[in-house]
Design a protein around this ligand. Structure first.
Ligand SMILES: C[S@@+](CC[C@H](N)C(=O)[O-])C[C@H]1O[C@@H](n2cnc3c(N)ncnc32)[C@H](O)[C@@H]1O
Length: 244
């Protein structure tokens, strides 16, 4: 059941088998997220920050069990939504949600959404807790830029603590004392939660991720904060594809 006795693998190798790891915890995922104060509301803040029109088409990349998809649906009742994730188990939970019955679900690799059938072009892309898990974030962002319509918007909803010692300290405290122990109780494994802790500590700071977005061709790159304990830890990284 648990992989906790395995020798920890380098993060790069872990990313390649992450879909399987998420399938293991899929059934307890929503409950654990509900216990995290602000998790759902913050997804709503990022969804709103996309500022989509009522008839837009939007891709929820790395949609998981559909919590980010539900945030999009709540913010934009009339838009057409495609949700893509690599984990069959996470998608199975999403597909069962009655309020998301009109969503197009695709199982595939977020590194190349078009190859999986998410060809767009889209007015907006939300990627919540996804970019950190990509094996080549620069290539992924270049492809997302290509998938957007001219003028389209991207929001990366993601942890980023590298620029702040205080944020790193808070993150270490919260993951050690709450996230990893609760993960064990609700899902029977700590492997993915230890990966979460380490991958966030190794991930880009705010300035570095903004630079990646600019290198991929995005304009109007900016970062907006969350509130609560996630202030300085979770952010909306916002960017647009130029009109021409
Ligand atoms: C932390 S969950 C976030 C789910 C959802 N966006 C949310 O906010 O609750 C991360 C998701 O990314 C997916 N994922 C990780 N790497 C992926 C990849 N290369 N391609 C597609 N999905 C991936 C996992 O399967 C998992 O469902």
């Amino acid at each position: 059941m648990t992989t906790d006795t395995e020798t920890p693998k380098p993060l790069g190798e872990r990313k390649e088998r992450i879909a399987t790891d998420f399938t293991r915890v899929a059934r307890g995922y929503d409950l654990l997220c509900a216990l995290n104060p602000g998790y759902i509301r913050h997804l709503g803040m990022s969804a709103n920050r996309l500022k989509l029109a009522g008839d837009a088409s939007v891709l929820d990349l790395c949609c998981g069990t559909g919590l980010s998809t539900a945030a999009l649906r709540k913010s934009y009742p009339g838009v057409s939504i495609t949700g893509l994730d690599a984990s069959a188990g996470m998608l199975a939970v999403a597909r069962n949600k009655k309020n998301l019955s009109d969503v197009t679900w695709i199982e595939g690799d977020g590194m190349n959404p078009a190859a999986a059938g998410a060809t767009g072009p889209y007015d907006g892309i939300l990627m919540a807790y996804g970019i950190r898990n990509m094996v080549d974030p620069d290539l992924c962002l270049t492809r997302l830029h290509e998938l957007l319509k001219p003028g389209g918007s991207l929001c990366l909803h993601e942890y980023s603590v590298a620029d702040s010692r205080r944020s790193q300290w808070t993150w270490k405290l919260v993951t050690s004392t709450i996230v990893i122990p609760l993960g064990l109780v609700f899902t029977g494994t700590t492997s993915i939660y230890r990966y979460l802790r380490e991958s966030v500590l190794e991930f880009d700071g705010v300035a570095a991720l903004e630079e990646r977005l600019k290198r991929a061709g995005f304009i109007d790159v900016r970062t907006e904060p969350m509130d609560g304990w996630q202030r300085g830890i979770v952010h909306s990284f916002l960017a647009r594809r130029a009109e021409q």
